[in-house]
Ligand binder design. Sequence first.
Ligand SMILES: Cc1ncc(COP(=O)(O)O)c(C=O)c1O
Length: 378
Amino acid sequence: MTNLDSRIAQHLDSLAAAHRRRHLRAADPGLIDVSSNDYLGLSRHPLVIERADAWMRAHGAGSRASRLVTGTTQALLDLEARLAAFKGTEAALIFATGYQLNSSVLPALFELAPDSDKPVVFTDRLNHASLHAGCRGIHQIRYRHNDLAHLESLLALNPGEMRFIVAESVFSMDGNRADVPALAALAERHHAILYLDEAHATGILGPGGRGLAALAPGQVPVVMGTLGKALGGAGAYVAGSKLLIDWLVNRCDGFIYSTAPAPAALGALDAALDLVPAMDAERSRVAAMAEQLRTTLQARGYATLESTTQIVPAVVGTEAAALAAAQHMAAAGVLAIAIRPPTVPDGTARLRFSLSSALSEAQFGQVLAAAATLPRRD
Ligand SMILES: Cc1ncc(COP(=O)(O)O)c(C=O)c1O
């Protein structure tokens, strides 16, 4: 074994001892899927597939170059204008993935701070890894999860010329929401710039599926979301003023030095934007299913935290117990993945259910029945 491999083996052994070793396993298509983020079932929608196919035939399998070289088509510019209209902003820019977007847009924004005064960045403790990646090397002041009073006190204590607040509108592992209007008002009061991640809200929450930033129109200067969750395809967008987008086109490495998103993904988005505004019935059904699942899990003694969305955690505690709970669900025909630290805080390993309008009544009944037989926790 090489030196590299023996070191890797040692480290993997310690992950395994802590029940934190991860493995790539093909998902079992025979199980009912309550772990994907395809909240509106659009990844399999005939119109989405047909449009992805049509765009691939028109523009090719790949986009052939970065956006500033030959990767920009008129169709892509038109699609970005549609996205901006959907989000109620002047402009939008599409990236290949949300991780790439968060990890490169934030550094491009931090560059705007004067040399004499470094940016001050306030981050919610439960922010997604991609947001932390975007803040790497920057002093992050972490506020208690969703605790706006705590955030306000930290803002008062930490002055600066350019201050950012970075948060999610729906937290991916807890399924709860930020109070976006209150957060936006607080940011305005303190002259801080709000950066909002709408990965788990876009398409499924807010008026017409436009996300929770739509509840504070014109008050969220930088909003991003992903296209691979409720919108069913792949990629991510950032939306805001024309100047913001112009700056990113000029200074955001993850945009400049990366091949443009594949035409099929763009076609899928074009169709999703046709469908999503009219999917209120599907959004309501998902919300009702989530409520029923929370009630069932709570009746078995499981904390579902502050979940009010399609994402429903069932906190189990230890990594080993969470893995056992996932196995219990799988034995009942349900794919409910165990989420372990470091993705979630120590001692809060959990099952993370995410509900989709693609589930039939019978399938959802099976999910509820399986959840009702989880070992009691009280
Ligand atoms: C809150 C949040 N932001 C960003 C991302 C990254 O998006 P993508 O999967 O497109 O890389 C995710 C993905 O799970 C997410 O949950």
